[in-house]
Design a protein around this ligand. Structure first.
Ligand code: SAH
Length: 232
């Protein structure tokens, strides 16, 4: 997968891309990421990329030309599956959407800033808008990293044990069961006996029961919408 990220704050990406899952995925050539600084695409002097909104509203908006210039330059080089704008009012980012996006080869991720971007960019260039939740951040950089991390970890091969990412919460429409590691006895609290029993059938049954119980208390709406697979 190739990600082209358009931002006015390239420095936001420096550390995250050098660490953890990104570093591994890039090293193993599952992922390449190119960061594009909006200021390199502006036709205005002194790297100007923002201006006051028409109508007199407060704050500054990212102007259309630098964004359009950058997207057009990238689209000359290759065909993109989606041009994604990280937007608070976009499609909520959920596991299904993550999985779908992770199958794409070439994605542009556009990060807004200040009060956002000129509406005409959304109308003419953007094919998908994604929100990481109903709250407003100061820029699209963290949302882009959230989306990138979520996508990368489900690309087969990136996590060494392929089944690991697939047994996480939301992959099968439920939340994950509780998990324990050593020590067996932590401040008087012991690991449930069944997990130490070696009885795989019993362990599976326990996990399914815990998964359902947890989903019922934490995300009841998941059970309401998916009662065929999880009826028992
Ligand atoms: N004026 C806008 C908010 C702009 S916030 C509004 O009221 O909707 C500045 C930028 O941060 C946005 O352009 C977007 O790219 C990013 N952003 C902020 N919150 C976000 C969220 N919850 N999900 C995705 N992107 C977000």
């Amino acid at each position: 997968m190739r990600l082209d990220i358009i931002t006015c704050c390239p420095q936001w990406f420096e550390s995250p891309l050098r660490h953890f899952i990104f570093q591994k995925a890039i090293k193993q050539q599952y992922l390449s990421v190119c960061i594009h600084n909006l200021r390199d695409y502006t036709p205005y002097k002194h790297g100007k990329i923002d201006d006051h909104p028409y109508g007199g509203a407060a704050g500054m908006l990212l102007m259309a030309e630098p964004i359009a210039n950058c997207i057009k330059a990238l689209q000359k080089e290759r065909v993109y599956d989606e041009v994604i704008y990280m937007a608070p009012d976009g499609l909520p980012l959920e596991q299904d959407l993550v999985n779908k996006c992770s199958l794409k080869q070439h994605l542009i991720l556009l990060c807004g800033h200040y009060k956002g971007i000129d509406e005409r960019i959304r109308e003419h260039f953007i094919t998908l808008e994604i929100s990481i939740g109903d709250y407003v951040l100061s820029g699209g950089e963290l949302p882009a990293l959230v989306l990138a991390d979520a996508m990368v970890r489900v690309i087969p091969g990136v996590i060494s044990d392929a089944s690991s990412a697939l047994t996480d919460s939301f992959q099968d429409g439920l939340v994950a069961p509780p998990a324990y590691t050593r020590p067996y006895n932590f401040e008087g609290k012991k690991v449930p006996d069944v997990l130490c029993s070696g009885n795989h059938k019993a362990i599976q049954a326990w996990m399914q029961q815990e998964t359902l119980a947890r989903t019922k208390t934490r995300r009841p709406y998941l059970l309401a919408t998916d009662d065929v697979n999880h009826a028992q």
